[in-house]
Every structure is written in structure tokens, then in C-alpha cells.
Design a protein around this ligand. Structure first.
Ligand SMILES: Nc1ncnc2c1ncn2[C@@H]1O[C@H](COP(=O)(O)OP(=O)(O)O)[C@@H](O)[C@H]1O
Ligand SMILES: [Mg+2]
Length: 413
């Protein structure tokens, strides 16, 4: 018998952590292929002084905090470097490979990232040496000519991205100058807009699983994901999954979302470095049970099998494929997909879930259909929406989750 402690490093969220804790508790111990019984505890990680040589008590940590809170971020790095702590996302690449570097890497691999230009700061950084350096080395540039060479419409957005902050849709010169003037000390990309796209697909990946969701950025939060299956044809759907897994395998991310815009048969990735992807019940609704189940399954798989976290990268291996002139886009993608499937041990994971976690579908279904879940739903609505909307949204989400439960019952037979 062995016990694993799963740590949750949290910010303000209450919904999915409570769900995760409930499912792990209800799942009970997991027996591996050699009859060892694995027990699980889930604990919330606290922030406190730590000695760099002190061993953490966790086997695996799911982090939702370190992208803005630097003390726990440095604790994660220490635990990754010193203690082999299993982290779903590498804290090293998430700090260094923000949106800009992720664009660069995926362009090099041949993905259809829209034309993107990094412009110098509108207002200089606060630095004593700036005036001298700028006078000597900053070349004046023609913003209008630059924009025209990209072609309107354009998006201006921060090079490191996140939560739509500072993102502007630009249709003409006037909007261009206004946005640039307002960018101040933020470093900005100009990116060609994928205008008139057919579908906005947001795919959420958790370990070896990916859910591709139809997304509408113009809707309010609760209505951005629609409940629809097969909204992409099989080939395009597979391409979206491949791109998501490729990004994740390449950077060592296992809990990440990827945004792609689809126009005709072309898939354009625009945003795929999201260290803390949205998994709120109020936005995922119908897909929330899938997300929690995938998080539990992947955490159990990694700890039972002793999967080692890989914080080193295989950059060269991918570039060797990218640089080959004899391979086209589709062939390159299929090579990357193979690397990614190997990295995520896709086959072994599927076998593991079938043989060792055969009861989890029933556990989750029973939980979602029961009182505990309903209470969580009510509490979440109450903390998310104003009082006069509570009844409306409780009914709304109950309806969506009941639809999930009914589909799930049918699927399980
Ligand atoms: N090149 C683009 N073409 C079309 N829409 C875009 C493009 N870039 C960004 N957008 C729109 O702006 C939103 C925010 O941009 P994104 O790159 O996702 O920034 P963030 O990292 O803040 O989420 C996207 O969800 C999308 O609706
Ligand atoms: Mg985005």
C-alpha cells in the first residue's frame, strides 16, 4: 500500500478544487498492475517560508497561482529542480515562453500563425541609460507603413498576453495610432486579424486528453462555449487536437488551452500559452465534468505509474522535422503528433484508464447527479452573479448539467 498527496496551489477558485477533492475521495484507492493499492489525499498548498533543501510532502501539484504570485512560483521551481515534484506545467517554460516566444517556436514548426510584428515601446522604459541608447540605436519607423504591410484589420496585443487585457481590434490608421499611443510602456505585437473566420475553437488539454470547444468571444462569460459536437469536420478537428498537443508536448505543458481560428480548411493558432486555463463551472458548464475527470485521471495516472516530469525540452528534435524541405505541412504535423502522443504516453494512458479507473465514469456521473454537486453549483452561482440573477442561473446550469448527465447515461449504456 502507498499513499500519494496531491497538492492544489490555488488563487480564488472554489468550484473546481471542491469538485476535484470530491471525485478523488469518491474514487477511492486505485490498484495498479502489480496489485499495489494506491491511496490519495488532496491538500491545498499553503504559502510560507521554505528552506531550499526542505522536501515537499506532495507527489504532484496542480498550480493555478504561480503565473502572478512569485513566491509559490519559485517554490515550484525549487521542487521541480530538487525534488522531482510532478507539475502539470513546467514553471520554467511558462515564465520564459510567453505568447511571443510561443509564436516564434510554432512559426518555426510551420504552423499558420498570422503575420506578427513586435513594435518598440511607445513610451520608453524607466531607465537612466534610455535617452543615450535611444538616440544612438532606436531607428525611427513608420507605423502606418508597417500596418499597411500587414494589412488591416489588425490586432494589437501585449507580447505576453493574458485575459484579453490590452487587446485592440484595429481597422484603420486612426485606431492604430490611438491604440499605440495608449499602449504606453507595454510591449505590443501587431498581428494580422483572421477576418471572417468560420469557427473559433478553444481546446482545453489535460495530459493526454483534449476537448475542442466551440467558442464565441462576443458572448458574455456564461454563453461563450456552446454545447455542440462535430462542429468541425474530422480532418480539421484532428488538426486542432494535433496543434494543441504539439504545443503542450513541445513546451512541457499538460494543463493548457489553445485558441485556433478556422477559416475554410485552414487552422490559424492565435493564443496557446495559457498557464491557468479557465475551468470554471460557470464557463465550462456541460464540459465541466469532463475537465474534472480528466484532471483526476491524469493525476492518478502520473502518480501510480511513476511518470517522471520532463523539464528539459526536445526542441532540436522538432526543429529537425520543421527544417526538412521534403515534408509538407500535413506530414510535419503527423510527425509532431507522433512525438506528442509518445510524450503523453497516449496509449498507455488509455489502457490505464480502461483497466485501473474503470469505475470513474460512474463515480463522476453519480456525483454530478447528486446533492453535493447541486450545492456546489448553487454556491458558485451565488458567488459569481448578482442576487437578482441567482434563480435564473441556477436553473440555467442545472439544465446544462442535467443534459450532460443524460448524455453520459446514454453513452455508458
Ligand atoms: N489574429 C487574430 N485574428 C482574429 N481575432 C484575434 C486575433 N488575435 C486576437 N484575436 C481576438 O482577441 C482575443 C484576445 O486575443 P488573445 O491573443 O487570445 O489574447 P489573450 O492572451 O489576452 O487571451 C481573442 O480571443 C480573439 O477573439
Ligand atoms: Mg486568448
Amino acid at each position: 500500500m502507498t499513499t500519494h498527496v496531491l497538492g492544489l496551489l490555488l488563487g480564488t477558485e472554489e468550484d473546481w478544487p471542491a469538485a476535484f477533492e470530491s471525485i478523488v475521495r469518491r474514487l477511492g484507492p486505485v490498484t495498479d498492475g502489480s496489485d499495489t493499492v494506491h491511496h490519495y489525499d488532496v491538500e491545498r498548498v499553503t504559502v510560507e517560508p521554505f528552506n531550499l533543501r526542505q522536501k515537499p510532502r506532495y507527489d504532484l501539484v496542480i498550480d493555478r497561482l504561480a503565473y502572478w504570485y512569485y513566491h509559490p512560483r519559485e517554490w515550484l521551481k525549487k521542487a521541480a529542480l530538487m525534488d522531482d515534484l510532478y507539475l502539470l506545467n513546467s514553471p520554467f517554460t511558462f515564465q520564459s515562453m510567453e505568447k511571443h516566444a510561443a509564436y516564434c517556436a510554432m512559426m518555426r514548426l510551420g504552423l499558420k500563425v498570422p503575420e506578427t510584428v513586435l513594435v518598440p515601446y511607445k513610451n520608453p522604459p524607466d531607465h537612466a541609460k534610455y535617452a543615450f541608447t535611444a538616440q544612438r540605436y532606436n531607428r525611427p519607423f513608420d507605423l502606418d507603413a508597417l500596418a499597411e504591410s500587414i494589412g488591416y484589420p489588425i490586432f494589437m496585443k501585449p507580447y505576453d498576453g493574458g485575459a484579453w487585457v490590452g487587446v485592440t481590434h484595429i481597422r484603420n490608421r486612426e485606431e492604430l495610432h490611438k491604440a499605440y499611443d495608449e499602449s504606453g510602456q507595454r510591449l505590443m505585437h501587431l498581428q494580422k486579424a483572421v477576418a471572417g473566420y468560420d469557427v473559433f475553437a478553444r481546446s482545453l488539454s489535460i495530459g493526454a486528453e483534449t476537448m475542442v470547444l466551440k467558442f464565441d468571444p462576443d458572448q458574455p462569460m456564461h454563453a461563450r462555449y456552446s454545447v455542440t459536437h462535430d462542429f468541425l469536420d474530422a480532418g480539421v478537428g484532428d488538426e486542432v487536437v494535433t496543434i494543441s498537443r504539439l504545443v503542450n508536448a513541445f513546451f512541457r505543458w499538460e494543463f493548457n488551452s489553445c485558441e485556433t481560428l478556422i477559416k475554410g480548411d485552414e487552422v490559424y493558432p492565435i493564443d496557446y500559452a495559457n498557464a491557468c486555463p479557465d475551468v470554471a463551472i460557470t464557463s465550462l458548464h456541460y464540459y465541466f465534468p469532463w475537465a474534472i475527470k480528466a484532471l483526476v485521471k491524469w493525476s492518478v495516472f502520473c502518480t501510480v505509474t511513476g511518470r517522471r516530469a520532463r523539464y528539459d525540452l526536445d526542441t532540436r528534435r522538432y526543429f529537425d522535422i520543421a527544417d526538412r524541405d521534403d515534408l509538407g505541412y500535413t506530414e510535419k504535423l503527423s510527425s509532431y503528433r507522433q512525438f506528442a502522443d509518445d510524450y503523453f504516453e497516449a496509449e498507455r494512458y488509455a489502457d490505464f484508464c480502461a483497466s485501473r479507473l474503470a469505475n470513474i465514469d460512474d463515480v463522476v456521473l453519480e456525483w454530478v447527479a447528486g446533492q453535493d454537486f447541486d450545492r456546489l453549483l448553487i454556491d458558485t452561482v451565488r458567488t459569481t452573479f448578482p442576487a437578482h440573477e441567482h434563480d435564473h442561473f441556477i436553473a440555467h446550469y442545472r439544465g446544462l448539467l442535467a443534459a450532460w448527465a443524460s448524455d453520459e447515461r446514454a453513452r455508458l449504456g
